[in-house]
Ligand binder design. Structure first.
Ligand code: NAD
Ligand code: UD1
Length: 354
């Protein structure tokens, strides 16, 4: 069974490729490497013993997609390729609409032409905006507050229209909460190109000495310790959720919409504490002003995924921090620098530690 994974060299796509290989799929990864590197393919090979097929190309390029669909018999598509930085999307909205919405349309049109009708889409909890109620259920109103979030809502609507017009499509809209962590080997993980915007990669860079201290955005929220609450989900649990969705689609036509979260929440200070414990490193931080646009608390109602997919997140915050640390400590500069010297110095063996 061949699965096309767009954006498969990226953070979530690479972990999904590993899980898909373990489940017996052969991944064909299409990525333009705009936010990743080809070395990820080697690492996936090292972890699984299988080398995914890799094509460097842009999902907006219909000719490339035709080549892919005419060269391989594709059974399903996992569509990760997108731009994902909320702040950047405010500055360059056209680029976000073009890449995220335009790219998805090109992929769907190629699928239609070649009769491939199973599609899993990376949506996001960001579609809900400031929630009226927590935990957030799938039928909660969507209220996107950035161009990035609006690209996700527009694509969700395109997918709904498509299944309405052609009910034999099998489409999953998976709304991720806050993906963190790394594969337990420490060989793949999140590798931000610039200074990280998100909490966990920033903490990891402080722990490894790449950043001096963490700014905690806001200590006066109406929460148990004054910092924001989020539903952090281990990227391997998330990846397994994709496989569960694919299984579901095998037996069901139409549109599936589910939250992928743990159903629990952690505050910023709790994440810092858990990371210090997992890594044995001090994480210097200071509480500063709120970050514009941040919502005080949101987490998933994860019961629908359990009911429909038989899937639930299994890894806790301690595992998320331990796996992030193993990846970051072994790869202090991400995929770009040799790791062995650093690994040796830290006394870490990325293959044997769990
Ligand atoms: P990522 O940037 O690590 O991975 C995306 C990959 O897509 C990269 O390898 C990039 O090079 C590639 N890409 C981008 N545009 C492309 C194009 N036009 N053609 C081909 N390849 C292209 O991001 P990620 O964190 O792995 O996110 C994957 C998906 O999940 C995205 O759709 C993102 O919006 C969504 N998502 C991510 C998060 C998160 O916190 N990481 C949360 C919710 C939803
Ligand atoms: C953000 C995006 C969301 C995306 C998600 C990916 C926004 C508004 N939302 O969510 O669309 O899906 O990332 O995981 O940007 N924090 C600090 N210091 C930091 C960084 C973060 O205190 O240096 C705090 C934030 O204020 C927030 C929490 O940590 O309370 C989590 O932040 P982050 O990891 O950026 O995720 P979200 O903002 O929830």
């Amino acid at each position: 069974m061949n699965i096309l994974i767009t954006g498969g060299c990226g953070y979530i796509g690479s972990h999904c490729a590993v899980v898909a290989i373990k489940a017996g799929w052969h991944p064909i990864i299409l990525d333009d490497l705009s936010n990743s590197g080809e070395f990820v393919i080697e690492r996936i090979h090292e972890i699984t013993g299988v080398r995914p097929t890799f094509i460097r190309g842009d999902v907006r390029d219909a000719t490339t997609l035709k080549e892919v669909f005419s060269s391989w018999e594709i059974d399903a598509v996992l569509h990760f390729a997108a731009h994902k930085a909320v702040g950047e999307s405010v500055e360059v909205p056209l680029s976000y609409y073009h890449n995220n919405v335009g790219g998805t349309l090109t992929v769907l049109e190629a699928m239609k032409e070649y009769g491939v009708k199973t599609f899993v889409f990376s949506s996001s909890a960001t579609v809900y905006g400031e929630p009226k109620e927590v935990p957030i259920q799938e039928h909660s109103p969507r209220n996107p507050t950035s161009p990035y979030a609006r690209t996700k809502v527009i694509i969700e609507d395109i997918l709904a229209d498509l299944t309405e017009a052609e009910p034999d499509w099998r489409i999953a809209r998976l709304r991720y909460f806050n993906p963190v962590g790394a594969h337990e080997s420490g060989l793949i993980g999140e590798d931000p190109r610039d200074t990280p915007n998100n909490l966990m990669p920033y903490i990891a860079q402080v722990a490894v000495g790449q950043q001096e201290r963490l700014s905690v955005f806001g200590g006066d929220y109406p929460t148990r310790d004054g910092t924001c609450l989020r539903d952090y989900i281990h990227v391997m649990d998330l990846a397994e959720g994709h496989l569960a969705a694919l299984d579901h689609l095998r037996g069901n036509e139409g549109l599936l919409t589910v939250n992928l979260g743990t159903g629990t929440n952690s505050s910023v200070l709790e994440v810092i504490g858990a990371f210090q414990k997992a890594s044995g490193q001090d994480i210097p931080y200071e509480i500063v002003g709120r970050r514009p646009g941040d919502v005080s608390a949101y987490w998933a109602d994860a019961s629908l995924a359990k009911q429909l997919l038989g899937w639930r997140a299994k890894r806790n915050l301690a595992a998320m921090c331990a796996d992030t640390w193993r990846w970051q400590a072994a790869n202090p500069s991400g995929f770009r620098k040799p790791t062995e010297a650093r690994q040796h110095r830290l006394g870490l063996d990325s293959h044997s530690q769990t």
